[in-house]
Design a protein around this ligand. Structure first.
Ligand SMILES: NC(=O)c1ccc[n+]([C@@H]2O[C@H](COP(=O)([O-])OP(=O)(O)OC[C@H]3O[C@@H](n4cnc5c(N)ncnc54)[C@H](OP(=O)(O)O)[C@@H]3O)[C@@H](O)[C@H]2O)c1
Length: 338
């Protein structure tokens, strides 16, 4: 069932081979998708670009890439304009945010005017949340939600978030602080520290200029932290066992400085410290659903919380948008709008 019949082509960005954004990204007209069984079609108002989208397009990350024609980007927000067989028509005209556009098993992402997607990847977008902010929720907020809450509630706990001004890091800070934790964050500059404070951080450590373990010891009167959320596991490794309390854990969602770091096993074992790396798109649906609905609870309870949009460019400027993500200078998520 379609809200309106659309035979016309849609505007989209795509690539047929991986490489630098300027060399491979194209923009033009392609066929508009149709919602199949179990799917909805979404008229996209904003497409969010994450580092993983850029790494897939560049060829740095080959994982999941085996398609001759790819519409980039996983995340987005928009309005359902068509439902496939088996999907209730009550969803028509709903505002939604979504993830897993161009991801494992899927070549057609959110860098287009429309997307057809399994309904398990869509979540209602609260009325007060604009589409561009909705497009920042998919990978960044879901990764943050799982990082913070998958080991249980954080009320009364102390959580250290490394990279507290990153897209994921900032949502980690915001969600942990909403959950009642004391949140400490590491950053690399005063400006990034100011960003993290907007999410509710109480203490900032500059990991480039300060001794992280020493600062944590001072800040916690020697008690250490309950959990660490690490954006670069290998880089955190030397000080992790010194700052995590007995029976605490480190959750790691990236390790760019070294993909195969050596671990001093005994230093983790003697304090029962769990090491928990994860990748969002390999999580079981239950955890994804916990994250989707948990994020909506947070959106409803904290309508004024910051959901940073680093830049909002027209869809036709996808090259620039991908380059901005690669620049490393953004705060929040870069978004393109059809
Ligand atoms: N496992 C998953 O499912 C998953 C999900 C989402 C993202 N990721 C990955 O996680 C990484 C970050 O993603 P993002 O979207 O948050 O990127 P982002 O917005 O570019 O933020 C990255 C942040 O990490 C900080 N950082 C880098 N190295 C650091 C270090 N050694 N210690 C502390 N902070 C550090 C950066 O700031 P400074 O460099 O200034 O310190 C920056 O603020 C990417 O590699 C991405 O592919 C993985």
């Amino acid at each position: 069932m379609a809200l309106f019949l659309r035979d016309a082509p849609m505007k989209a960005c795509w690539y047929g081979k991986t490489g630098p954004a300027r060399d491979v990204l194209q923009f033009g007209d392609i066929e508009t998708p149709v919602a199949k069984e179990g799917e909805v079609r979404i008229k996209i108002y904003a497409s969010g670009i994450n580092p993983a989208d850029v790494k897939l397009r560049s060829g740095f990350s080959t994982y999941g890439y085996n398609f001759p024609f790819v519409i980039p980007n996983s995340d987005g927000a928009g309005v359902i304009d068509q439902v496939g067989k088996g999907v209730t028509e009550e969803l028509l005209e709903s505002r939604v945010w979504f993830f897993n556009g161009q991801r494992l098993g899927r070549a057609y992402g959110s860098g287009a005017e429309f997307i057809a997607l399994d309904k398990k990847y869509i979540t209602p977008l609260p009325e007060k949340v604009p589409f561009d902010e909705g497009a920042t929720l998919g990978i960044p907020a879901m990764t943050a939600y799982h990082s913070i809450f998958s080991d249980g509630p954080v009320a009364g706990k102390t959580v250290l978030v490394t990279g507290g001004s990153g897209a994921v890091g900032f949502y980690c800070v915001s969600l942990a602080s909403w959950g009642g934790a004391r949140v400490i964050a590491t950053v690399s500059s005063v400006e990034k520290g100011e960003n993290a404070i907007l999410g509710g951080v109480t203490d900032i450590i500059n990991y480039k200029t300060e001794d992280v373990a020493h600062r944590i010891e001072k800040l916690t009167n020697g008690a250490g932290v309950d959990r660490v959320i690490s954006v670069d596991f290998a880089d955190s490794l030397p000080w992790l066992p010194k700052v995590i309390r007995k029976n605490g854990c480190v959750v790691a969602y990236a390790s760019a400085s070294d993909r195969s770091p050596q671990i001093d096993f005994f230093s983790f074992m003697r304090n029962n410290i769990q090491i928990r790396p994860f990748i969002l798109n390999a999580l079981p649906q239950k955890h994804l659903d916990d994250a989707r609905f948990g994020i909506n609870k947070w959106l409803n309870e904290s309508p004024n919380a910051l959901r940073p949009v680093a830049a909002n460019l027209p869809l036709s400027r996808m090259i620039e948008a991908h380059e901005l993500v690669e620049s490393g200078s953004k705060f929040g998520t870069v978004v393109v709008s059809p």
